[in-house]
Write a protein that binds this ligand. Structure first.
Ligand SMILES: Cc1ncc(COP(=O)(O)O)c(C=O)c1O
Length: 400
């Protein structure tokens, strides 16, 4: 059993998985990959490799008059309304809970909002930030930057790969400023059901902290659309109190370079986050908001993306065997159980020029040194199915 861990690290980059990976592989020469030219294959990073819809370019050109304006902190009415409309279509039971003017902030991708939420939430009395373990590194970096205690709560196979914040002791919860909950989760692709979301929201409300639901993978699912925090808030009553919902076009629309997303939630927390972003945030330029509004209004390309990732999981199953791949409910990562993730990453690099992320680099060890990610590697299934099949067949040969 891995217990919650509080880290005393004070370096914002201490949790960055790619820096750790660069150190691990350092000077080890890459082996020849199965590509015709033997060039290395990057499976460590979750960056979609297909193109976003071409209409982005048209929208950027049409709105080009906006490049000489500073991004309005609350975005444009068109953009806010496109977010409200999308939320209402995606989570019908929550329709009516979100007003564009009060409850929406545009974000240059979800990362900046997730980071600034920590800066906005921490106070001398509330100095703890909860996050799952394993975790997206920005949560931990944000906690450290905000001067808070990052507390890593187990999200292992035993807990369905999700953290249970309600099970923490009341003293910890009273010290908590903010909790991050990532569903569907990176790296495991786990999905919180409605009851789990309700329990997390109720806990945040009871103890007076803000629950940041990172739903940036919500549209990349296999069979069933994952439930959202908006539906859970609607079922609980009490409006959006204590909740911030983070969404992004990066995965949904394969547009991480556009830097466009939004946060919806509790008007009081939206105001606090807005105030912090006005000091240090980049904002979202008007032409990008115009392209973003069109993307939120269009679902065909998103369905095409889902088909693409389904085909990739099928390719993974064909290459590695269905039992071994443990297809997740959502997301585009394979969280592959191995004996020792670091050793596997070194072997794959040295023998086959394949770069993957050791699961331990997304996890924080407890005092006894147990790291919930140690027995895994994370593989991003972001190329096309033929490429994935070729790369994973080789990966299977190397790992045996
Ligand atoms: C769990 C999680 N949250 C947030 C992000 C940030 O994505 P973006 O800022 O592009 O929306 C990522 C990106 O990889 C992620 O994996």
């Amino acid at each position: 059993m891995i217990a919650p861990v509080v880290s005393s690290k004070r370096d914002v980059q201490a949790f960055h998985p790619f820096l750790k990976l660069n150190r691990l592989l350092g000077d080890i020469p890459a082996g020849r990959s199965p590509l015709a030219d033997g060039a290395p294959i990057a499976l460590q990073i979750g960056e979609p490799q297909n193109d976003p819809p071409p209409f982005i370019t048209e929208e950027l050109a049409r709105a080009a008059a906006g490049w000489n304006r500073y991004p309005p902190p609350r975005g444009s009415e068109l953009y806010r309304e496109s977010c409200v409309d999308w939320l209402a279509r995606r989570y019908p039971s929550g329709a009516g809970l979100v007003e564009g003017d009060r409850h929406i902030l545009p974000l240059p991708g979800s990362r900046e909002g997730l980071f600034f939420a920590a800066l906005a939430a921490v106070t001398p009395e509330r100095d703890t930030i909860l996050m799952p373990n394993p975790f997206y590194h920005v949560y931990a970096g944000a906690a450290v930057a905000a001067g808070a205690r990052p507390m890593f709560v187990p999200a292992t196979a035993e807990s369905g790969f999700l953290p249970d914040y309600a099970a923490l002791d009341a003293r910890t919860l009273e010290r908590t400023a903010l909790a991050y909950l990532n569903t569907p989760s990176n790296p495991q692709g786990a999905v919180a059901d409605r009851e789990t979301l309700e329990r997390a929201i109720a806990t945040a409300r009871r103890h007076g902290f803000v629950l940041c639901l990172d739903e940036c993978y919500s549209e990349i699912y296999d069979a069933t659309p994952p439930p959202g925090g908006l539906e859970a808030a609607a079922a609980l009553g009490g409006g959006l109190e204590g909740v911030l919902l983070f969404h992004s076009l990066s995965k949904r629309s394969s547009a991480p370079g556009l830097r466009c997303g939004f946060v919806a939630g509790d008007a009081r927390w939206i105001d606090r986050l807005d105030a912090a972003l006005r000091v240090g945030g980049a904002g979202v330029p008007l032409p990008i908001l115009a392209a973003g509004a069109r993307l939120w209004g269009e679902e065909d390309h998103v369905e095409a993306n889902r088909r693409r990732y389904r085909a990739n999981f099928e390719a993974a199953e064909a290459a590695l065997g269905a039992q071994r791949t443990a297809r997740p409910q959502a997301g585009f990562f394979l969280w592959l159980a191995v004996e020792d993730g670091e050793a596997a990453a070194v072997k794959l690099w040295r023998e086959a020029g394949i770069r993957v992320l050791p699961g331990a680099y997304m996890g924080e060890p407890d005092e006894a040194g147990a790291n919930p990610g140690a027995g895994y590697i994370r593989i991003a299934l972001v190329y096309d199915a033929e490429f994935m099949h070729m790369a994973l067949t080789r990966l299977g040969e190397v790992l045996g």
